[in-house]
Design a protein around this ligand. Structure first.
Ligand SMILES: [Zn+2]
Length: 386
């Protein structure tokens, strides 16, 4: 089993697809990207940056050909991007498979195993992680479990270790979550594959009620419903027309079995494992916030001001971390006019968002070519604990 191919523009980027299996035997996807330029062939001291997608998305969210994407921006700024398709990727079959995983497995296996492999490849070079959504939440468990020590810095977008829903999503999750879980193992987004006479048709019909001028059923599910959770993944007008037309390529089915774990964490407003003890799960912290003193690198918490999936989770995270752990280098930056995932896939993300990420990486990069880089920008409305 290999992940389906990336949609990367091969004229601009060379993709080294690496056969990669987590230490529990689960097939994942890992690739290293280099620019198609003469300097790309030279020995490099580029710091490496591991990118982690959100649940049901994939590495494709970082290489959109129709925009200046984050991989373009990282390569242009002197970094070496690595993309991990963890087991929640829509390039992999696990979300619709019979073997059910938890975020514990992502935190215990996928992320530490990828970090370990990349470190073997890059030697002593710095390694950063830029993570989105539940990739970031899983990373918070890895970090507070002490499983990925020594990172040069972490950017967590959308949510990190304090998940927080709207009251509506919380209510829907509790009232409808178990009902839905008893009927469906996963919830699709591509209506062309589902068809009109499907058991999912009511979900698509409900999502279309507040569709406005948009006539794309996949967009209805993602923007108006977020798989029936009552959330919204992006600010509609922030998407490039081409991106809007290929949402069914960028997002996949959401497994319903992860609902109880998410609800447990959201009620507590902290990342925590689902499994208790045994099989190595006791290496994860009982409560990520209580173990945040194990974070040993600077953290940038990033969020759109109109995040209607995890709302002000990252601002809450900043407030709690900076209060409880004043020595932790944590910063919060809010991007006006952006939602949950459009800080990465939005048509203007390169102008409005990526600068914050690159500033953070530049400040903390020890590469000789980056000596003397001035302190990064802190946008209006952002705060830093230092
Ligand atoms: Zn739409």
């Amino acid at each position: 089993m290999t992940p389906r191919p990336l949609f990367a523009p091969l004229d601009r980027v060379t993709v080294e697809q690496i056969p990669f299996r987590a230490s529990d035997g689960t097939e994942l996807g890992l690739c290293r990207l280099t620019a198609n330029s003469p300097t790309a062939q030279e020995p490099t001291d580029r710091p490496a940056v591991l990118l982690l997608h959100g649940l049901t998305a994939s590495a494709d969210m970082f290489v959109l050909p129709e925009t200046r994407n984050l991989v373009d921006a990282l390569l242009g700024a002197g970094y070496e991007p690595w993309l991990l398709d963890w087991r929640g990727s829509c390039r992999l079959p696990h979300n619709e498979g019979r073997v059910r995983y938890t975020f514990d497995d992502v935190a215990l296996y996928d992320i530490p195993d990828a970090v370990s492999y990349i470190r073997d490849r890059i030697g002593g070079r710095q390694l950063f992680v830029v993570a989105h959504c539940l990739g970031a939440l899983s990373l918070s468990l890895s970090m507070t479990g002490g499983l990925v020590p020594g990172l040069a810095g972490v950017v967590a977008q959308g949510v990190f270790m304090t998940p927080k829903y709207s009251a509506r999503s919380r209510l829907l999750g509790h009232l409808g979550g178990e009902w839905g879980r008893s009927r469906w193992t996963h919830l699709p987004v591509d209506f062309t594959k589902v068809g009109f006479r499907s058991r999912y048709t009511p979900m698509f019909a409900l999502a279309s009620l507040s569709a406005g001028d948009c006539d794309d059923p996949t967009c209805h599910i993602l923007h108006n419903s977020a798989w029936g959770t009552g959330a919204s993944l992006y600010v509609h007008e922030n998407l490039h027309e081409t991106t809007h037309g290929r949402l069914a390529e960028l997002f996949g089915s959401a497994p319903t079995w992860i609902g109880p774990h998410l609800r447990r964490m959201e009620l507590a407003h902290t990342a925590m494992p689902w499994n208790t003890g045994g099989q190595g799960y006791d290496r994860l912290p009982e409560n990520a916030l209580d173990s945040a003193d194990r974070i040993d690198c600077p953290v940038l918490l990033l969020s759109g001001s109109d995040n209607k999936t995890f709302h002000d989770s990252n601002e809450l995270c900043y407030d709690v971390l900076s209060s409880r752990y004043p020595d932790l280098d944590v910063r919060y930056v809010e991007v006006p006019g952006y939602g949950h995932v459009d800080p990465f896939i939005g048509r203007g993300a390169a102008l409005d968002v990526f600068g914050h990420i690159l500033d953070f990486l530049d400040e903390r990069s020890a590469a000789p070519s980056r000596e003397g880089v001035p302190a990064g920008r802190v946008s209006e409305g952002s705060r830093s604990s230092r």
